[in-house]
Design a protein around this ligand. Structure first.
Ligand code: CA
Length: 228
């Protein structure tokens, strides 16, 4: 099970996060200030880091920046307070993978964590620079570089994430709700119709004949299945 570091100085928040994550089966480690958090990041192989922004000794932004410049690629989710809108953007620029605004629901947080862990697990496969071939396209899930019939093409971040999720669960049925939960993670008002539109666009790129798909199949009444 994934190993998660929580860097949070408010004891009640820290304990609440720890309990909820452990209940989900995650292994949890704790730090209560930025400096010890950064030391832990450098000393242990975590799968994900929950990082509060307002911390004693070293801010969450500095922890993030320092970890990235040390070459640490572990996914980082920033915990921001309301009213830190500008800081969120800054956080993503500093190398954070996602952010969540306090107060947040446990379900939402868990969905984000799951989505990021899945993404990073798939990314590891493409890490060796080996693109994954899906029909007419070859995708590097780490660099997001996509080629079609050998030439580089542009796919949006979401499109690549959908391909990554389908690929990880290839040959199994993935429901529209699985995609909504794991790719969008409750963060936006997205309907299953949007999912269908994304799939249609992906078929244009992946399939030899998008009207008669062979790779991203529709499973009626269930969802989609990537056949590889
Ligand atoms: Ca704090």
């Amino acid at each position: 099970m994934a190993y998660i570091l929580i860097i949070e100085d408010e004891p009640a928040m820290q304990l609440g996060l720890k309990d909820n994550l452990e209940m989900e089966g995650y292994r949890v480690d704790l730090a209560s200030d930025g400096e010890s958090g950064l030391n832990k990041i450098k000393a242990n192989a975590y799968d994900l880091i929950l990082l509060d922004v307002m911390l004693p000794k070293l801010s969450g932004f500095d922890v993030c920046k320092n970890a990235r410049s040390a070459g640490i690629k572990t996914p980082i989710v920033l915990l921001t307070a309301r009213g830190e809108e500008i800081d969120k953007v800054l956080g993503l620029e500093l190398g954070a993978d996602d952010y969540i605004t306090k107060p947040f629901g446990v379900r939402e947080l868990l969905a984000r964590i799951k989505a990021i862990l899945r993404r990073s697990q798939v990314a590891e496969k493409g890490d060796a620079g080996e693109p994954v071939v899906i029909g007419r396209v070859a995708v590097n899930f780490n660099s997001f570089l996509v080629t079609q019939d050998g030439a580089e093409i542009k796919l949006s971040h979401k499109e690549v994430e959908i391909l990554a999720y389908l690929y990880k669960h290839r040959n199994a049925v993935v429901s529209r709700y699985d995609l909504l939960e794991n790719v969008w993670g409750y963060e936006e008002q997205i309907t299953t119709r949007t999912v269908d539109n994304f799939i249609a666009r992906l078929r244009q790129k992946v399939e030899t004949n998008p009207n008669s798909p062979r790779i991203i199949l529709t499973v009626h009444g269930s969802g989609y299945k990537m056949v590889l």
